[in-house]
Write a protein that binds this ligand. Structure first.
Ligand SMILES: [Zn+2]
Length: 240
């Protein structure tokens, strides 16, 4: 495969979107595909927002396990390549937004500034949306459903569950960059599921160059270039 590194100084605005595929080399399983979390019917039930609050005990067992797995994992070469690239971009007039569908905090631990589209496994918030308790960083492992320090109600993981909406503020930020970017780079995401599919479609309609890096072809024609392979092998070359 002939990988042409791109030159960040040729762009005004770069949108980098990452999905579960980037964390596989860190030992964290993807959501879909062989061995993916979503193949397990019980997990699909746990992560359905429609099943709250009855699902809270199972949901906390799952997210405590995910916290433990993510804490045991380390950011890999791909996370570090993006963090290094972001630092280079900060010294230029161009803008680069990194958004992720992952909740594992590995971009942050690699030193990136990242927009977490689906929230974070390491944040908790009150189940009561009217409670004044703000979402807070939390790496505790819980045996039982934890209680809100403000109102005494139940806490939940601050992640976007199935059948729940992305935060409007976060979605708006990502959509604005999708409209204005001149380079859109997707990594480790199928690129065919919302919102990734919407972002790349908006970007290509707005005239951006669109690139996909994944272990299999997306089948999404909105991507003009695809690099098929492991992110940790392709990104260090692509990002220089
Ligand atoms: Zn509360």
């Amino acid at each position: 495969m002939n990988i042409q590194p791109f030159h960040p100084e040729n762009y005004r605005s770069i949108f980098i979107l990452t999905g579960a595929g980037i964390s596989v080399a860190s030992g964290l399983p993807p959501y879909r595909g062989p061995g993916g979390l979503w193949e397990q019917a019980d997990i699909a039930r746990m992560v359905d927002g429609a099943n709250l609050p009855e699902s809270l005990p199972d949901l906390w067992r799952l997210y405590s396990a995910r916290r433990r797995a993510a804490l045991d994992a380390q950011p890999n070469v791909a996370h570090h390549a993006i963090a290094t690239f972001q630092r280079r971009m900060f010294s230029t007039p161009a803008k680069a937004l990194l958004a992720t569908q992952n909740v594992d905090h590995l971009h942050t631990r690699a030193g990136s500034v990242v927009l977490e589209l689906h929230g974070s496994a390491f944040r908790s918030r009150c189940l009561d949306i009217w409670c004044s308790q703000p979402s807070f960083y939390d790496e505790a492992i819980y045996e039982n459903v934890p209680h809100c320090p403000t109102c005494g109600g139940f806490l939940r993981p601050d992640v976007v569950l199935f059948n729940e909406n992305l935060s409007e503020r976060i979605l708006e930020t990502a959509l604005n960059v999708a409209h204005s970017c001149d380079l859109f780079l997707a990594i480790g995401t199928s690129g065919v599921v919302w919102p990734a599919a919407a972002f790349v479609q908006i970007a290509v309609n707005s005239g951006a160059r669109t690139i996909n890096v994944n272990v299999e072809p997306s089948g999404n024609t909105a991507f003009q270039e695809e690099y098929i392979g492991a992110a940790q092998e392709i990104l260090p070359q692509l990002l220089g």
